[in-house]
Design a protein around this ligand. Structure first.
Ligand code: 3NM
Ligand code: MG
Length: 520
């Protein structure tokens, strides 16, 4: 059994000045690298052979397999454990026929078709990349993004072919990479491959150790989203949602919102009404500081002018294991919004994605529901329960589909919520207010879990309950506001809605909520 978990690819040109190759490799092995590939793009044959020999001795000392990039002759000459082949290198079948039995063959893949072909050709593992942008290699194919890895892993279902991701993987994004790179069938990566993060480090053993530690805690974690999740009952959901409102009122978490000009004021008021504290900040320079103190982050795509801040805020929030709620307002409306949303979701891991049918259909590349601007057209999905469950599995987070009926799933549990009132559709930004309320309840969930070990998680806390709580709070407040005798229409409804959020109690929330757990 080969351990692919921390796959080091060499790149001598990246060594820090004065660092000898053999010292570097020994330190990296000491730090826990589990497999080594010697990649020499500029060396002539004699030099390549020399480096391969030195590497072979060191790897043998540590019991770590040695792979040679591209050159089957060098692999044979040093009795390496295998070769790694690019798409334009020697075909797998030819390499297999030249190598002794039992040698490892890996193939670089940039698409599902390439993975399928590698499997058919008899590869032992695939290197999936480039997952992130990198300066280490002149890329010949587009950067994949984390979200493209899952479908490639699906192509390995039912085979024994292993997979590592490569390209721009650092200690700062390795958990995001591992968490995001899972197929909807639950197929995960077997490891991560890195060049610069270890090679250009002054302390390669420390860099390796850090990466390995993240991999270890992630692979040991049992609470993977969509795999094993707590089994909920409707009473449990109602109790936990009520608890979150209590926690929000007690702890007054800071809710950082990068949102649009249309709803900023009412979103800030809704946050305050729930007992939390809003900050509507969007300057790039303050994103880091805010990530240290916030309880929840909301990123709302309503007016896209702050993409750099949105990227940074989400990364910092992931790093601090805080909830990130993404509201892809009008994402189907323009190519630009689609592009920004994809970039955001490839960079950080959302904890909750909430949207209407048109928005979520656009995110999921589904033709089933169309949108006009920020509004959905038509009756919605034929099977909304299955839709949210599948999108949650794909995006590796909780998905909330809002409408007359709201559907929420973490990829395992699917919950149907029936609260709400028509007047919510008659004011602007009620969907955005749902996002605000979800971020606020998720902050409550984070608060409850902040001292738990979250080594393998992108956000601490039960984000399913956070999402349910946010939706229930707004829809129940909407019902209560609409029932007030002084509410004449949408104009008087909005302040009444804020009042009802202000007066909402854990008891009212529990009493009014219409929650149903469904299966597909
Ligand atoms: N292969 P770093 S990306 C060697 O996409 C290599 O197949 C890639 O280096 C591929 O960890 C890459 O420094 C370079 O970004 C990875
Ligand atoms: Mg090659």
């Amino acid at each position: 059994m080969v351990d692919y978990s921390l796959y080091l690819v060499s790149g001598r040109e990246l060594l820090p000045e004065g660092k000898a190759y053999c010292d570097f490799l020994r330190e990296a092995l000491e730090g826990g690298v589990t497999i080594v590939q010697v990649r020499e793009k500029k060396a002539d044959t004699a030099e390549f052979l020399h480096i391969a020999n030195e590497s072979k001795h060191l790897c043998t000392d540590y019991g770590v397999p040695l792979i040679i990039n591209d050159r089957v002759d060098i692999a044979l000459a040093v009795d390496a454990d295998g070769v790694h082949l690019g798409q334009t290198d020697m075909p797998v079948r030819v390499a297999r026929s030249l190598l002794p039995p039992g040698k490892i063959i890996g193939v670089s893949c940039n698409s599902v078709d390439q993975v399928k072909k590698a499997v058919k050709d008899g590869a032992d593992y695939v290197g999936i990349g480039a997952v992130w942008a990198t300066n280490t290699k002149q890329l010949t194919s587009p950067v994949l993004g984390v979200r493209a890895v899952g479908p490639m892993l699906s192509a390995l279902d039912g085979t024994s072919v292993k997979a590592v991701a490569i390209g721009g993987i650092k200690s700062s994004n390795v958990l995001r990479t591992l968490h995001g790179s899972v197929s909807t069938t639950g197929h995960r990566l077997d490891g991560v491959a890195v060049v610069s993060e270890i090679v250009s480090s002054r302390e390669p053993s420390e860099s390796a150790r850090k990466l390995k530690e993240v991999y270890r805690s992630w692979s040991n974690s049992t609470q993977q989203l969509g795999e094993i999740s707590p089994s909920y009952t409707t009473d449990m959901i109602k109790d936990r949602v009520a608890d979150l409102l209590r926690v929000v009122k007690e702890t007054k978490p800071l809710i950082h919102q990068i949102t649009n000009i249309v709803v900023a004021n009412q979103s800030a008021n809704a946050t305050l009404a729930l007992g939390a504290s809003p900050i509507m900040a969007s300057a790039l320079e303050e994103m880091y500081d805010l990530s240290r103190i916030l309880g929840g982050l909301l990123i709302n795509l309503g007016t896209v002018t702050d993409n750099e801040s949105m990227l940074a805020a989400g990364r910092f929030a992931n790093d601090a294991k805080k909830p990130v709620v993404f509201d892809p307002v009008g994402v189907g409306a323009t190519g630009f919004r689609r592009k920004v949303a994809a970039e955001l979701l490839n960079t950080w891991q959302a904890s909750v994605i909430k949207g209407n049918a048109g928005e979520l259909a656009a995110l999921a590349d589904s033709e089933e529901v169309q949108a006009k601007g920020v509004d959905s057209i038509g009756v919605g999905f034929a099977n909304p329960a299955k839709f949210v469950r599948d999108l949650a599995r794909k995006e590796r987070c909780v998905v909330a589909l809002t409408g007359a009926i709201d559907w929420v799933s973490d990829g395992t549990t699917i919950v149907k919520l029936a609260n709400g009132h028509k007047l919510l559709g008659d004011i602007t930004g009620s969907g955005c207010l749902v996002g605000t309320c979800i971020a606020t309840f998720c902050a409550g969930a984070w608060e409850l879990a902040k001292n738990e070990d979250g080594a393998a998680k992108l956000a601490r806390g039960d984000m399913l309950i956070g999402a349910l709580g946010g939706i229930l709070a707004l829809t129940i407040a909407g019902e209560r506001a609409a029932g007030r005798s002084n509410v004449q229409g949408s104009g008087t409804f909005l302040p009444a809605l804020i009042d009802e959020l202000y007066n909402l109690t854990p008891e009212k929330l529990k009493q009014d909520s219409q929650v149903e757990i469904v299966t597909v």
